[in-house]
Every structure is written in C-alpha cells, then in structure tokens.
Design a protein around this ligand. Structure first.
Ligand code: PEP
Length: 257
C-alpha cells in the first residue's frame, strides 16, 4: 500500500558498547543517501547505554535515522530499581520502543497483560510502540499461529484509543525464525500479517487497519528482504543479527533497488 511508508528497524539486542554504537551509526550514515533514508523509515534500537551516543551521532549529522529502546518500564517513575521510564527515553530523543519482543516474553516472563501496560506507558511518554507478536514452533506445527498472533494483538491493544492504534507498529516475528537462520516464506509472513490487519479491521474499522504498519521479523537479510516486502500486508521488517553489520543493514534498507 503506497500510503504506508516502509519501516525497517534494527534490533541490536544486547550488543555493542557506546563506542561500537557510534561506529555503526557512522558506517550506516556513509552507506545510505538522504534519498534512500527518505524513501524508507530507518530505525535503530540500541541498548539503553548507547542511546545518548546514538542521539549525539544522529543529531550531530542531522541524519534521517530514528531510534528507540528495546524495552520500557510500565511505571512512570519511582522505586523500580534497574528499570527505565518512557519519559527518560523521550528525553533522549527516542521515537520508538520495542515492546513484547519474544526474548522479553520468554526470558523475562512478560505476559500479554504486562505488554499492554508497557504499550500504554509508551504512549503516555509520547513514544511509538513497535509491538511484537509471534508464535513458537509447537503452535506453528499445530497450525495455531494465526489464532495465537491475533489473540496477542487483541490483548496488547486492549483499552487503547483509535488514534493510538493507528500510530502503532506491529511486528510479526515467528519465534522459530528469530536468530535461527530459518526465515518464514513470504507467504507465511503475508498469511499472519494479513490476518492481523483483518483482525484490526474487524475490531476498529478499515480506516485504522489500513493505517497500521506491520513488520515481519525473523532472520531477515539483504538476500530475502525484497520478496518479503513484496507482500501487500508487510510494511517493513524488524531485523536482529543483520542489523549489526552496517553494509548488510543498509542493503536491507535499500530493498527497492
Ligand atoms: C529480532 O530480534 O527481532 C530478530 C528478528 O532477530 P533475527 O533477525 O536475528 O532473526
């Protein structure tokens, strides 16, 4: 759909100290023209400790690269040792925040209820959530993937206003394809992204459903991005491993060429 601007986001996970983060931003800036960055919204999601450095690099060179965090506290402030509030991320110039990544759900016991609270905290702070959903291998093998993902979407968006839902980015990331080298086929990606959009249309109307950008994530590389992006309900990608290599990530951003 021409009305939805493609969005390619790089999730750095727990990689790169702030020196290395600066180097990666400089390399990305050298690999992408202003025109290429204009055509595709390009986002990086560094660890919290890199955000100030990334802000300085991006603002200093006036780069059209957005950035954000990989997680957020559901709380606004206070006695929550080790947590990071949305207002702190907003103050550092973050636009986005990933919420409900499968690694958070799996290793930090994040429930749909917590994910919903974090999405609300993001909006309160003026951040746009990149809201992650996706099924594990056993659910996929039992053909429960569509029902699982649409239920996660329902739970995550519970109680949000229509204008908030329109703004959100949803990332469909089949857990069995994350960091495994196994990519879902473009048809697999389309099946679930299309079902998510249909579910949004059913609950909130086609106006809302057509506005929401839906990404695919799971072993995306320069070699497979174009065929995935060719699908009508896939508006972008959430990229893990390949986002740590400036040349590879830049090639993914240039998927149209
Ligand atoms: C991710 O972390 O969101 C991801 C999709 O990782 P990878 O691209 O490495 O599979």
């Amino acid at each position: 759909d021409v009305t939805r601007k493609p969005i390619i986001a790089g999730n750095w996970k727990m990689n790169l100290n702030h020196y290395e983060a600066n180097l990666l931003i400089q390399k990305l800036a050298a690999s992408l023209t202003g025109e290429q960055l204009e055509a595709v919204e390009t986002v990086v999601l560094p660890p919290f400790t890199d955000l100030r450095t990334v802000q300085t690099a991006i603002e200093g060179d006036k780069l059209a690269i957005a950035y954000g965090a990989q997680d957020i506290s559901k709380h606004a402030s206070g006695a929550y040792t080790g947590e990071i509030a949305g207002s702190m991320l907003a103050k550092l110039g973050c636009t986005y925040v990933a919420i409900g990544h499968s690694e958070r759900r799996e290793y930090h016991d994040e429930t749909d209820e917590l994910v919903n609270a974090k999405i609300k905290a993001a909006f309160t702070a003026g951040l746009t959530p990149i809201f992650c959903v996706g099924e594990g291998l056993s659910i996929r093998e039992a053909s429960g993937h569509v029902a699982h993902c649409t239920a996660q979407v329902d739970a995550g968006l519970d109680g949000l206003k229509e204008d908030q839902i329109k703004q959100i980015v949803i990332a469909y990331e089949p857990v069995w394809a994350i960091g495994t080298g196994k990519t879902a086929t473009p048809e697999d990606a389309q099946e679930v992204c299309g079902a998510i959009r249909a579910r949004l249309a059913e609950k909130y109307g086609s106006d809302v459903a057509e506005a929401v950008r839906i990404q695919y994530g799971g072993s995306v590389k320069a070699a497979n991005i174009a065929s995935i992006m060719a699908k009508p309900d896939v508006d972008g990608a959430l990229v893990g491993g390949a986002a740590l290599d400036a040349e590879e990530f830049a090639s993914i951003v240039r998927f149209k060429e």
